[in-house]
Design a protein around this ligand. Structure first.
Ligand SMILES: [Zn+2]
Length: 454
């Protein structure tokens, strides 16, 4: 007997908003997604979602829920996080609030972090994201080969352990960030080892290097050798002349790697003239680069040396979208020297995106929802995440009836599902429905807290 989940009266704003839908999943896979002629009436045995206590159906019986017109989105996908650094702010400060100080302070502190501490941070931040509705994460990982092979690989090991432990609940991709100021042979070989251990692809921030182009070439060579994707921090700078993305795009075209290369940040696009930016965006589109905007961190970090008017630093969201670039929005850092705020909630990040990019029209709000779901899934190479027959039943139900209500209210009440199983029901932090997650969450919060430790 398959395990059956039926949900009626679900709003699917990424599909057709004139109807409500009936959804059925068997053994964690959608088997039918049907528009309803009328709102389904209440019947005995069908539990209104806001009164459902999270109990599974009895064996052999379907679990039937009434979404009462609430919005269901595919499981959110966060294409750019730094799980290993999250919640490190009590240990690593940043007085100036600049990117440079954050990079330097974190790099000096890195050797002192034990694998256990890194593991707890990765666990807490990943679960934090899951609790908000995210079921796919791409995280960059600091990779301080300068401090020795062991320091670099300890972060990768910690991340691999969490990735495996959480595999039933969230897909995690790992991109070690190769150092771009002294990319030694040893660093490249250590990264190759990390990839053999199970890391997903090659990361880095070549715009930090004084000679970025040869370093980008070496990162591409490593990715070719290891047959893996590339995801680079690109041009996180207010300097309009910082344009490493041009070289990344040219190499992507040469290698024929459309769909395999992602660039994050692209802040200098916001600092240059419309003409220069237009040309560069054309090249990004031609190369088929996936792109990620990180508006929370960039609003915080960029423009630090400006006197008024102060630039906002967030990339040209609308122009990139208009050019046909697959642009995701993502969390970046959480409560660390790069960004003191955030909680891994892509809806919050979507709202910040809407503010930063002036995207508040009805059409814009729906585009922002795609930047939290379909676009990052494409960037991450994860097809088939939509609420469609044949796909895994990964989805989030929100206590909101429309995209307008979602962005206005940013509802805390959500029901998060992975493969047809409810991971977290509405309510506060004690509402985990999977005991194993509840225990891990409590342990991680015990270990990693906002309290400053000695
Ligand atoms: Zn980043």
């Amino acid at each position: 007997m398959p395990t059956v989940l039926k949900i009626v009266n679900a709003a699917l704003p990424l599909r057709d908003e004139s109807r409500l839908y009936s959804l059925t999943a068997e053994d964690g896979v959608w088997t039918s997604v049907e528009p309803q002629e009328v709102e389904a009436p209440q019947v005995p045995g069908r539990v209104p979602i806001d009164r459902w206590n999270g109990e599974e159906a009895e064996p052999g019986r379907a679990l039937c829920l009434d979404a009462r017109g609430q919005v269901a989105l595919p499981g959110l996908a966060d294409a750019h996080m730094h799980l290993d650094k999250a919640f490190s702010l009590p240990q690593v400060g940043n007085v100036s609030g600049t990117l440079e100080e954050a990079v330097n302070n974190y790099a000096s502190a890195a050797p002192a972090f034990t694998k256990e501490e890194l593991r707890a941070r990765i666990m807490r931040s990943a679960l934090q994201a899951v609790s908000c509705g995210t079921t796919a994460i791409r995280t960059h990982l600091d990779f301080h080969v300068r401090h020795g092979r062991e320091v670099a690989l300890r972060t990768v090991e910690a991340a691999l352990e969490v990735k495996e432990e959480l595999a039933p609940y969230v897909s995690i991709q790992l991109f070690p960030m190769l150092p771009c100021y002294d990319l030694t042979e040893e660093a490249v070989e250590t990264a190759a080892e990390a990839l053999r251990m199970g890391a997903t692809g090659v990361g880095g921030a070549p715009h930090i290097s004084p000679r970025p182009e040869p370093e980008i070439d070496r990162l591409f060579a490593l990715a070719e050798r290891m047959a893996c994707p590339v995801d680079l921090h690109a041009d996180e700078s207010d300097n309009p002349n910082v344009r490493t993305v041009a070289h990344i795009a040219r190499r992507t075209i040469e290698y024929g790697w459309t769909g395999k290369v992602t660039v994050g940040h692209l802040c200098s696009l916001a600092a240059m003239t419309d003409k220069d930016a237009g040309e560069l965006i054309g090249l990004i589109a031609k190369a088929g680069l996936g792109a990620v905007t990180l508006p929370g961190a960039n609003l915080y970090l960029q423009g630090r040396r400006d006197r008024f008017p102060v630039r906002r630093g967030v990339t040209r969201v609308r122009e990139l979208l208009d050019a046909g670039v697959t642009l995701a929005t993502a969390s970046d850092n959480i409560h660390d020297p790069f960004h003191p705020f955030g909680k891994g909630d892509l809806l919050q990040i979507g709202l910040i995106t809407a503010y930063a990019a002036h995207m508040g029209s009805p059409a814009d709000m729906r585009t922002v929802l795609r930047m939290m779901t379909e676009h990052p899934a494409a960037v991450m190479g994860l097809p088939d995440r939509g609420i469609e027959p044949g796909n895994d039943a990964d989805f989030v139900l929100f206590d909101a009836s429309s995209p307008e209500e979602l962005f206005a209210m940013v509802p805390e009440r959500r029901w998060v599902w992975r493969k047809g199983r409810c991971l977290k029901a509405a309510g506060g932090r004690a509402e985990w429905k999977v005991p194993a997650l509840s225990q891990r969450w409590e342990d991680a919060c015990e270990r990693i807290s906002f309290r400053k430790r000695g």
